[in-house]
Design a protein around this ligand. Sequence first.
Ligand SMILES: Cc1cc2nc3c(=O)[nH]c(=O)nc-3n(C[C@H](O)[C@H](O)[C@H](O)COP(=O)(O)OP(=O)(O)OC[C@H]3O[C@@H](n4cnc5c(N)ncnc54)[C@H](O)[C@@H]3O)c2cc1C
Length: 413
Amino acid sequence: MPENKILVAGGGISGITTAIEAAEAGNEVILIEKLPYLGGRVALMNRYFPKLCPPYCGLEINFRRIKDNKRIRVLTSTEITNISGNKGNFNVELIKKPEFVNENCTVCGECEKVCPVERPDEFNYNTSKTKAIYLPHEMAFPYKYIIDEKYCLKFNCNKCLEACKYDAINLSAQAKIINEKVTGIVFATGWKPYDASLIENLGFDKFPDVITNVMMERLAAPNGPTNGKILRPSDNKKPKTIAFVQCAGSRDEKHLPYCSAVCCSASLKQAIYIIEKEPETKIKIFYIDLRLSGRNEDFLNKVKEIKNIELIKGKVGLIEQNPENKALIASAENIMSGKIIKEEFDMIVLATGMQPEAINLKNIKCDESGFIIPEFLEDGIFAASCSKKPLDVSASLKDATGMALKAIQTLIG
Ligand SMILES: Cc1cc2nc3c(=O)[nH]c(=O)nc-3n(C[C@H](O)[C@H](O)[C@H](O)COP(=O)(O)OP(=O)(O)OC[C@H]3O[C@@H](n4cnc5c(N)ncnc54)[C@H](O)[C@@H]3O)c2cc1C
């Protein structure tokens, strides 16, 4: 068999899957991730369907497979800056940004205690803060602290350096350029949530109790900003009434013209876990169509049995605030009855869609929404899962496994 060396860009569940499948079939793999930890968006979930397990059910076993496999080299805080050459013989240039903390870190936490600076925590979609030296989250892989260069006072402070007993901190670390020769490349660069502040009529920027579906995942997660308690951001009180606004910016030529395929299942999942935590909460889900596939249809059957969840066919066109009691007012037309609804809620969740992460490389052609067009990729370069279109985890895993096989076949024929 010819010797493959495959570069996988993106350390979410898809890239991890491609990397493991290729390596366990005997190939060398470099797995790069632009963030300082692996796991992608799945790591940020409270629980994921269809089985509603916590993210670490799936991720932990994969982290173990990576640790046990000498053929996989993981480079975090790394991106591709250039690709040249061709199938079987690519030259890739990578940039690895400094993390300032090395593998000597034991996660003792002494550095964090003395760090005087705070930064917004992107892991909680900026709804909480960490110190400038921080552990990305308690199950992070690699399991070590890192420093946010934008906020660290470096040698004007030095406190973390003085507190570290393990010689784990290097405040002078610099970005490194790494050149690698590889036989095939797989992009598994995934998605990001659509920017809700662009949907002005839905008031995300104006009202703190209008949140997005991804923020709801963090709010409900035991390792989230409220330790899993469903509290509305404005006053930390339990919301008694919650509305879900489906297709917030999706299937809309002004925003995302496509359906993200997971938002209906995601909102039903979230409504179910909110009721499990707080059975008295009254939830209304406003939708255009409910698009559920396969086993996710079960959520609909379950939701229909829960008396405190109501499904309303109608698109919310406006969110305002009652100046007297500060309640949020959602306006929609109930398509079934033809009546205009104007109803008050304590909290509103916008089901925003999935947008591809941008890739700025001349070799990679994307459509007008930014998804990679696989038919236009050079031989030996492949795209997996959400880099091509919105998918759920189960479909992403199948596609990522297929792309591992394609990359393995690069040197054959
Ligand atoms: C609100 C919501 C809830 C959801 N709930 C569920 C659920 O319950 N069940 C389910 O099956 N699916 C769910 N999904 C979908 C699920 O999140 C995706 O299927 C999954 O994240 C796809 O994984 P991925 O690895 O393809 O992408 P991602 O999770 O986005 O991972 C991509 C990784 O690539 C990295 N990356 C990006 N660009 C680069 C680059 N240039 N270089 C290096 N690295 C890069 C990113 O930092 C990231 O770590 C939900 C989606 C939403 C919006």
